[in-house]
Design a protein around this ligand. Structure first.
Ligand code: SF4
Length: 827
């Protein structure tokens, strides 16, 4: 367009003279951003003006990638160099000056001076990205709460918004800093609010699965937090007639409003009110969508019914009106929903035979973010934006975040392998095609420095620069050299500034409430009474002000314990143990308790694969080819995340089945198969005095008879790490089955012939790795009975010991283990 104007003026003398007559005073600002064509237009018009003033700052030429050139500022004519900044405080101006001094081709004799305004420059190097975000959130909140600086007078400038912006905005919002100016670059389906509604539609079209039920319960509709989810898990399991039914199936039944899965026919009445309401919310939305489909409504109406019955609109509108960080998030969610309805509208209008299934697929297939909303920028919020977007703005407080090596300066050659950038420069006449002597890196470095100077110059009073210094293997992060230059002129010093700082305690409501609660609840040896009273008083004030989480009534774990009685009481009782839990009880009773009551890890694909292999090898005398065929038939139904993983695992498991058939063939001269998957159930220790009887219940993989007629117990393992030979001798599970043999639970009057652990995932010389346990002796029998007695005693309670052992590294309940917490602190 500018080129066309120049050409028109050159071709039409009348037009040129009339324009020159019209423009008598020509003022040009930010002339450093003009490209050669725009500069030519200025020169053409300036030739007829009485006065032409061209202002600019060559140190802020940051649009070199689109041809900007500050040459116009060097044009003939009188020039004045301005050295007084009326925007920046003296300290910020000093920082600009320090960066400018290393800029090539700049007159360093004309030093920049700042305004009278008090200001500061601070550089904080954080130990992790999380700590960097906490430093920024804390600085912004303190500036707002203590110094009274409006949110709108603060900004966070980053070099790359896609790389850093979304995570930073999320962290700031979570810490109670309202953020503006950053829209999600994620596709619509990645927005949790949209995802929840689409899950409802998927469940309506394809049926409710365990995964969908869980997503709905924990998403914006159900709003069940992890702690409540555990409560729900326990409550549903308690009600299940069959304890073997998976939690997912129980949840599906509960959400669908059927009786307890497992066939008891009982409902899930009696759940805590909050959980009952969550189930009802999800159920209501699903029912609304299903009814709409039954009425053959078009997909838009079904979506509307689900949305309408979810109650989210009312909830988010109320949050939006209340404002603050939560209101900001509500605004974004409402925007996403508006975009979803727009997409649905377009889909139905443009698609012949539009269906709900089609709408679900259409939304899932959208990979671009929704169109930007025309919502006005929030009046009182911190701007998070790129350095280029910040150019025409200014704030009291500016944070320059992510000043990392490789990111800022970013000296990656622009223009790719074809050097299109250089071509454009040559065509624009700002580069000499014959000049190949200069390093391509130097101009890029200078441009990055100019961009930083421009960003620093956006700060009226305070400047905070942050970066991460973390040597974390492949993801090592180093502060940029610019950080060190700015640190040299910083006005704020920190005793820890030499070290990367850890996440500070953010001056945020949640964090303050958390700290006060920890003081109130600490043991008396850790805090004195005056501190405790002071913290309690502050909490009472916050409760009065309605601050969430400050009222002890809402704290977890403050209810009276339900009972202090042991779980069972002495003689006359029978304790039932499974052979696999005996070792756990001996190692750590607390882990046994927590895993048994819902604290165990969710069953994943890996454990499902283990069960699959066990089920296949339990088939009596099946050929290797048939085992492979069965495995392949089932394989496609397994929920792998990626095809390459599925393929790798398939060949690994085929190899395990081949190893098993080899092991079975090789051992027939030693063993004769007695049975597989044998149920074991019976008493291995009689009740005595105050000791209960102990019953063993489990399922033995294989039972073989050796050449001496003794029974050998075999446990098949699919893991890759065999236990040591010594550990196999002390293996509690094998010993329990041997005990069961000795007690006559598997066959009358049979003698135990030892045990074998057979590792299919670890071969040696082409065969499965075996670990052996010697046949149970009379002394061994007595010793293991004593161990069983100890294990049974450990289930009694009410105290359960957390005993640190070799298995702690893989313990799924370590997060709630007091012994581990002590160890971590000690470390
Ligand atoms: S971490 Fe160790 S001590 Fe703690 S519960 Fe788990 S196994 Fe027991």
């Amino acid at each position: 367009l500018v080129g066309a104007a120049v050409e028109t003026l050159a071709a039409a003398a009348d037009l040129l003279s009339s324009e020159r007559a019209r423009v008598q005073l020509l003022l040009v600002d930010d002339a450093q951003h003009l490209d050669p064509q725009a500069a030519r237009l200025v020169q053409v018009l300036a030739a007829g003006a009485e006065l032409c003033v061209i202002a600019g700052d060559p140190r802020q030429t940051v649009f070199g990638y689109r041809g900007a050139d500050p040459a116009l500022l060097r044009a003939d004519g009188p020039s004045i160099t301005l050295t007084q900044s009326h925007r920046c405080s003296a300290s910020v101006a000093h920082a600009v000056e320090a960066l400018t001094r290393r800029l090539p081709g700049i007159d360093s004799t004309a030093a920049l001076t700042g305004s009278e305004e008090a200001g500061s420059v601070e550089v904080r190097i954080a130990a992790t990205p999380h700590a960097e975000f906490a430093v920024i959130a804390d600085a912004l909140r303190r500036a707002h709460l203590i110094d009274g600086i409006p949110w709108a007078d603060m900004a966070v400038i980053v070099r790359s918004v896609p790389r850093m912006g979304p995570a930073l905005a999320r962290a700031l919002t979570a810490a109670g800093v309202p953020v503006d100016g950053l829209q999600s670059d994620a596709p619509l389906i990645a927005v949790p609010a949209v995802r929840a509604l689409m899950t409802v539609l998927e469940a309506t079209v394809d049926g409710l699965t365990a995964e969908r039920a869980l997503a709905l319960m924990t998403g914006p509709i159900g709003r069940v937090d992890p702690v409540s989810l555990r409560q729900l898990r326990r409550a549903l399991r308690r009600r299940a007639a069959d304890p073997a039914v998976e939690f997912g199936d129980l949840l599906v039944a509960a959400v669908a409003g059927r009786g307890s899965a497992g066939g008891s026919g009982r409902s899930v009445e009696g759940l805590p009110d909050e959980l009952g309401r969550a189930l009802k919310r999800v159920r209501t939305v699903l029912t609304a969508a299903r009814d709409s489909v039954k009425r053959s409504d078009d997909p838009r109406h079904t979506l509307w019914q689900a949305w309408n019955r979810s109650g989210l609109q009312r909830r988010w509108l109320a949050a939006s009106e209340r404002g603050g960080a939560v209101g900001e998030q509500a605004d974004r969610d409402l925007d996403a929903m508006t975009a979803l309805f727009d997409v649905a509208e377009q889909y139905v209008e443009r698609t012949a035979g539009a269906s709900l299934r089609g709408l679900v697929d259409h939304v899932a297939g959208l990979t671009l973010p929704p169109a930007r909303s025309d919502r006005k920028p929030t009046a009182d919020a911190v701007a998070v934006l790129s350095a280029h977007s910040a150019l025409d703005r200014e704030w009291d407080v500016v944070v320059i975040a992510g000043l990392q090596e490789g990111l800022w300066p970013n000296v990656t050659a622009r223009g790719g392998i074809l050097a299109t950038q250089q071509l454009v420069d040559v065509l624009d006449g700002v580069a000499d095609p014959a000049d190949r002597t200069l390093s391509g890196r130097a101009p890029l470095l200078a441009e990055e420095r100019r961009l930083l100077i421009a960003a620093v110059g956006r700060a009226r009073r305070r400047l905070l620069v942050t970066a991460v210094d973390s040597d974390n293997g492949d993801a090592a992060l180093l502060p940029s050299p610019f950080c060190h230059e700015l640190a040299a002129v910083a006005t704020e010093s920190h005793t820890e500034s030499e070290l990367p700082v850890r996440a500070p305690r953010v001056l945020a409501t949640n964090a303050v409430v958390g700290r006060l609660r920890s003081v109130v609840c600490s043991p008396s040896e850790d805090v004195d009474e005056a501190q405790r009273i002071c913290a309690a008083t502050q909490l009472a004030r916050l409760t009065e002000a309605g601050v969430h989480g400050s009222d002890p009534e809402s704290w977890y774990g403050l209810r009276e314990v339900s009972t202090r009685a042991p779980l069972w009481d002495g003689a006359g009782e029978a304790v039932t143990l499974s052979p696999s839990t005996v070792q756990m009880l001996l190692d750590c009773p607390l882990r046994w308790l927590l895993e048994r009551h819902g604290g165990g890890s969710v069953r994943d694909v890996r454990s499902a694969l283990g069960s699959l292999v066990h089920a296949l090898v339990a088939e009596p005398v099946v050929s290797e080819a048939r085992l492979h065929g069965e495995l392949q038939r089932i394989w496609s139904a397994l929920p792998f995340d990626a095809q390459w993983h599925a393929d790798n695992e398939l060949s690994r498991h085929e190899e395990m089945l081949s190893t098993f058939t080899r092991w079975r063939a090789d051992t027939r001269n030693r063993f004769t198969e007695v049975g597989t998957e044998i149920a074991v159930d019976g008493e291995v220790l009689a009740a005595a005095d105050d000791q209960p009887a102990v019953r063993i219940r489990g399922r033995l993989d294989r039972l073989e008879r050796d050449s001496e007629g003794r029974l050998v117990v075999v446990d098949i393992k699919t893991g890759k790490s065999p236990v040591t030979k010594d550990d196999a001798q002390a293996h509690a599970q094998l010993a329990m089955y041997q005990l069961a043999v000795a007690e006559g639970l598997l066959a009358d009057s049979a003698e135990p012939g030892g045990g074998r652990l057979v590792y299919l995932g670890k071969t040696s010389g082409g065969s499965a790795t075996e670990r052996e346990q010697d046949p149970l002796t009379v002394e061994g029998h007595a010793q293991w009975q004593a161990q069983v007695s100890d294990a049974a005693a450990a289930t009694r309670g009410p105290q359960f010991v957390a005993r640190v052992n070799d298995g702690c590294a893989h313990c799924p309940v370590a997060a709630m283990c007091p012994a581990r917490q002590t160890t971590n602190e000690d470390r």
